[in-house]
Write a protein that binds this ligand. Sequence first.
Ligand code: ARG
Length: 578
Amino acid sequence: MSDPQHVLAARVQAALGAAFGEPDADPVIRPSQFADFQANVALPLAKKLGRKPRDIAAELVAHLDVSDVCAKVEISGPGFVNLTLSPEWIAGQAQAMHGDERLAVEKAEAPQTTVVEYSSPNIAKEMHVGHLRTTIVGDALARVLEFLGHHVIRDNHIGDWGTPYGMLIELLLDVGEGSAEAGLLETDPNAFYQMARQRFDSDEEFARRSRERVVKLQAHDPDTIRHWERLVELSKVYLHTVYGRLGVTLTDEDIRGESFYDDMLGVTADELRDKGLAEISEGALCVFPPGFTGREGDPLPMIIRKSDGGYNYSTSDLATVRYRVDKLDVDRMIYVVGAQQALHFQMVFAVARMAGWLPEKVSAEHAQIGNVLGPDGKIFRTRSGRSVKLTELLDEAVERAGAAFDEVPHEGDFDDQTRRRIVEAVGIGAVKYADLSVARGSEYIFDFDRMISFRGNTGPYLQYATARIRSIFRKGGLAPEEAAGPITLGHEAERALALHLLGFGTALRQTGEAAEPHRLCAYLFDLASAYTTFYENCHVLRAPDEPTKASRLALCALTLRTLSKGLELLGVATPERM
Ligand code: ARG
């Protein structure tokens, strides 16, 4: 265990046990302005025991054994215990982290089977910037949780079922597979969808055929299912292209779309009725979960089966919960989906709990994703009002990344191909990092200039930081893996950098627990800043003596590995040279 906050917590708890018989009290360890950390437990404990906080703090300190960890322990204010770590301890822990393949990040003691549901576009339509954000955030969460030792089940809950497929199948039959129009499914599915829509609205015969087709689809007519499958296959080609370019880890095996749950909808509805949870209201089978009311205070229905016998989005999500709990045996479900669907998920989870399908011990979380806005503060669209095409957006990001890249100093000249590869990584990395670094539930304004900057909390800045550390090693004529240390901490900036490095595990755990990648982004950005201060104050290759040089090179190598690992877990590529 190298994480200072953990080590101190364990020591303080031991003292709480010895002094007060309270080994389970939260030691309340926080970063401190006056020391490295402070333990604030004396205040709540004093209240509980009816004593003075300062006396509690004094007794706690008398029982506290941190002589190997801390250089100084002090009581301040009403009863805060200030803890200053010793440079030797920090150096020893940093050395251990440096020698460890996992950067001293321990695997979870109790691994959880976790479904991370993300991306989930409606496949017959173009993925838009909103789906892009859920895709990128979800992928980072899946990577982080997996690294922490959890059993992650990626789940791409695509919209691949329902009424639009009637007209899509009819159009595919009309234009014929192999036609240029059918080819659109693989490159620009939204254009295909719009073509079908237009024909549906203007051609009555086509509309009639489409409606009949929906009925056949829902009746699982074999011929219709075959066409539908073909349509889904072609759309997957498009998804693969996008995921491939983005470096998203989703594969075909992760796809479990709405169609997958279709044959479970009937039983789900019937059981709700039989349990007496659902009732007929205005012809539809509805559940009214307690606590959900409309604007007038009237109970809010969740429609399970429409009066025409058709099922709803909610029914499908209830069946999904059951499948995940019963068949996948999950401990945790994270739905990375737009914030607009918050009420939907609250109601789904509430009804699933009422029905006994979602036991208390299984956590169901809607990881809300905020809107991406245009410069006008409205949902990001082009001037013509249509939503921005993803591929065009990524192309533009890469083009702009090229221009920005030419403005910063480089390590030598790159041939065309290398430059193109770097610039692609910078452009894509910039877009991804922008989605990740903002608290996921918050809206933000999509701004190329800000996200592609080589300054500030951006992807390019962190990518560039890793390439610059690598260049030190190239200049010094050794590989980062060869920098063995030992790490010793003389300068204040060395100490600060090493201490920050030790917080990597905590940053990852917080990211996983809260399902919030921006926490990892903030950690990495602070790490890069601590590194810059170190680099500005401490000569590395021209260090005053050999031991200092060896130590500083090891600090550089450890910083490089930590930044690279962190970016990898965010899904941001790091070019070796820039
Ligand atoms: N396909 C939906 C959409 O594009 C998102 C699906 C979200 N997941 C779910 N389990 N309902 O809006």
